[in-house]
Ligand binder design. Structure first.
Ligand SMILES: [Zn+2]
Length: 393
């Protein structure tokens, strides 16, 4: 009888071993397949589906750390920061968590805190983690993003200086430092500390001489005290970024508000009309024409005929506008300039070339995609021209 029981137990054990083990294996395979299916959804931005799968997996095996990390990231992306924080804190509370995984969970938690607006807590974790070599650069990048949000430009500069990387958050480090200095100088300018503003912007210019912003800021700062210098900076600004030429010309023309500037402005516009590498700028033509230099004006516009479709379109529109204005029989310079402004200078729309965000003000840091330097000024003419091009395709 005892032998029978022993034999029965042995047989049951063998059956159990051979029968259940493969079954267990199957479960694990199903689990893995599900996990990767979830990841695939996540990668393809089908977050809702990924979310369902990961939540189900959590029930099956709550000890799967990768699932926790993925789910936490998903919650953060969905804007459910409290849940993301909970998941990452839950991971961190495990006493057996390996150091590398602990750091990974901490990194994610710091990102949660940032997203939730708990900047102090986020900053503290990133700072601590940055002491590990493998985390240093990504932590510096996250810290820089954080300081941009809270507009702590000094800290942003210090953080970049700690890193030896030439690029931070996909931007050249010099360009970023130059922007931060411009932000600082702008604060001085708004506090009427013009001299300090000028000094800091010049520092910015020195660090990144091919950046447009310091030239524009210096042009602006000097516009009330030293028009000659202001015009020099604006002229350099046009050379640095011709995409801004129409916008800068409108700033130059605005300097004629004070009468004794007129001849200086005229000199500048005349010399700009001779720069062959610049695109056609309607403002230059119309200003030359109405200020009495019609010979220079017509030789300027002639030079661009047939150069490119874009220039021809703008030239035709400009000529149409000018002719229309001639018929209004109000030939005073002021009226002409004013009607010019109404047509060409209705204000500029700033369009982010990265995400398409439109704004009435120039954002050096796009509020939508957080990219620096991606907003370009466009006029209603540019929009019409683009529309025509698209319609022709
Ligand atoms: Zn953008």
């Amino acid at each position: 009888m005892i032998y029978f029981i022993v034999a029965a137990v042995a047989i049951t054990s063998i059956i159990f071993y051979y029968y259940y083990k493969p079954e267990k294996k199957v479960t694990k395979n199903v689990f893995n397949a599900e996990y990767y299916r979830g990841l695939n959804y996540l990668l393809n931005n089908k977050e809702d589906r990924a979310f369902k799968i990961f939540t189900a997996l959590m029930d099956v095996d709550s000890s799967t750390i990768e699932t926790h990390l993925a789910l936490g990231g998903l919650y953060r992306k969905r804007g459910e920061f409290d849940k993301a924080i909970l998941i990452h804190q839950n991971l961190l509370s495990r006493p057996t968590l390996e150091k590398e995984l602990k750091n990974q969970a901490l990194y994610e938690l710091a990102k949660d805190f940032h997203s939730a607006g708990l900047y102090d807590r986020s900053e503290k974790i990133f700072k601590n983690l940055s002491e590990f070599d493998s985390y240093a650069l990504s932590c510096y990048e996250e810290l820089v993003k954080l300081y941009e949000v809270i507009k702590d430009w000094d800290k942003a500069i210090n953080t970049i200086n700690k890193s030896d990387s030439v690029e931070i958050n996909n931007h050249p480090r010099d360009l970023l430092i130059s922007h931060y200095l411009c932000e600082i100088s702008n604060n001085h300018y708004n506090d009427s500390e013009i001299e300090r503003a000028v000094v800091v912007t010049k520092k910015s210019l020195k660090i990144s001489p091919m950046s447009l912003r310091p030239y524009l800021q210096l042009g602006e700062y000097y516009s009330e005290t030293d028009v000659k210098r202001s015009l020099q900076y604006y002229t350099q600004a046009i050379q640095v970024d011709t995409d801004f030429s129409k916008y800068i010309i409108s700033k130059i023309i605005n300097l004629t508000k004070s009468e004794h500037n007129s001849s200086l402005v005229m000199d500048t516009i005349q010399s700009l009309s001779g720069e062959s590498e610049l695109p056609f700028i309607p403002g230059v033509y119309v200003y030359l024409l109405y200020e009495g230099n019609d010979t220079i004006a017509s030789s300027y516009i002639k030079r661009y005929h047939g150069v490119s479709d874009y220039d021809d379109f703008t030239i035709n529109c400009t000529l149409a506008t000018v002719e229309k204005n001639d018929m209004t029989k109000i030939p005073t310079v002021d009226n002409m300039i004013n009607s010019y402004k109404k047509i060409f200078d209705k204000g500029f729309i700033f369009l982010c070339s990265n995400c398409g965000y439109k704004s009435n003000i120039l954002n050096w840091l796009c509020p939508s995609c957080n990219n620096w330097n991606s907003s370009k000024p466009i006029t209603s003419f540019d929009l019409i021209e683009r529309g025509q091009k698209n319609a022709g395709q």
